[in-house]
Design a binder for this molecule. Structure first.
Ligand code: AVI
Length: 321
């Protein structure tokens, strides 16, 4: 697929997403317990804020994962079949795949799968310059839906890559379903590398999602800005505060936007009432132990062949049974 085709596809995706955004926001605010889907954090401003989150001292997740990929890169890539194709689900900037390409010469092709054609377009040019031996075959789609891998890599052994602990933003049952879906996309004999954040003490977890610079607070509140802009909303941002808490029973960090007062908000022509202290639940970030994650993988068709951790975070290598 050429660069122009990527641009056209991403425009089509954008207008389809707009309809879903309105439907999901209205349904989420009309519910008895108000909630908004976390996937809508990532407009241009939200994606930039997320990049900044990955650099704040409290948010160890990205640094830990990069550290593990660098420290154990040889052991990890040593498990991959020669001449394999690396299929990255939700590729974004391909920053972490690059660590694998730099460590091992056994990756022959790269298939970044991302809904944002813009990201892919920018990245491909640089990747091909930095790794001239690598065949790059982007796929623009929502990786959670059914899609076909490019024909050109079908003869190669396949390795899926799902870094960033994005799996933690799903309910555990959905995470299991996604692992099954990856197995179907990749096919028999595939390998899968997954980054998974670990259960740890409450203080470390709560502060990772409520940094002193308040970047995460702005990331959370940006969702209301987006609703104001795209759905003709009238949220007053100063009347909501960011709240992050660790729910130990469910092993998840929750993010909320809490109404500071009794108020009414209009969105897409509808009016929503808020009590003082009432929250909009905006995100769950589930944390696993090595065992609880491996159990979910095992129940969904994958056997563990390796796991690496720095005590905070983990990277798992799985093989499809
Ligand atoms: C993208 N995802 C794995 C992040 C997380 O840690 O759950 C999103 C995030 N939310 C607040 N900070 C980071």
């Amino acid at each position: 697929m050429d660069v122009q085709a990527i641009a056209q596809r991403s425009q089509q995706e954008t207008s389809r997403d707009d309809c879903w955004f309105e439907r999901d926001v209205v349904a989420g605010l009309a519910g008895k317990v108000k909630s908004l889907p976390a996937k809508y954090f990532y407009d241009v401003a939200g994606s930039a804020l997320f990049e900044r989150i990955t650099e704040v001292p409290e948010y160890y997740v990205t640094r830990s994962e990069i550290g593990i990929l660098q420290s154990y890169g040889l052991a990890i890539t040593g498990l991959l079949p020669a001449g394999c194709a690396l299929v990255e689900f939700g590729a974004g900037s391909s920053r972490k795949s690059r660590i694998l390409f730099g460590t091992a010469a056994n990756i022959a092709a790269y298939v970044p799968v991302d809904i944002s054609g813009d990201f892919l377009r920018k990245d491909i040019v640089h990747l091909q310059k930095d790794f001239p031996h690598l065949g790059v075959h982007p796929v623009i789609c929502d990786f959670t839906t059914e899609f076909d891998l490019p024909e050109s890599i079908l003869s190669l052994p396949r390795v899926g890559f799902f870094p960033g602990s994005t799996i933690g933003n799903l309910e555990p049952s959905e995470a299991g379903g996604l692992l099954q879906h990856f197995g179907e996309v990749l096919g028999e004999g595939a390998t899968l590398l997954v980054g998974v954040d670990l259960v740890k003490d409450e203080r470390t977890l709560a502060s990772a999602y409520d940094d002193a610079e308040r970047v995460t607070a702005r990331f959370n509140l940006n969702l209301l800005k987006r609703i104001n802009r795209e759905l003709d909303g009238n949220f007053v941002l100063g009347r909501f505060r960011h709240l992050a808490l660790y729910n130990a029973e469910l092993a998840r960090v929750e993010m909320h936007l809490v109404s500071e007062c009794r108020q009414e908000v209009r969105v897409a022509g509808r009016v929503f009432q808020f009590d003082a202290g009432e929250s909009i639940h905006t995100e769950n970030s589930y944390k696993y132990t090595l065992e609880t994650f491996q159990d979910i993988a095992g129940e969904n068709g994958w056997s563990t062949i390796g796991a690496w951790t720095d005590g905070l975070y983990s990277v798992h290598a799985l093989t499809r049974r």
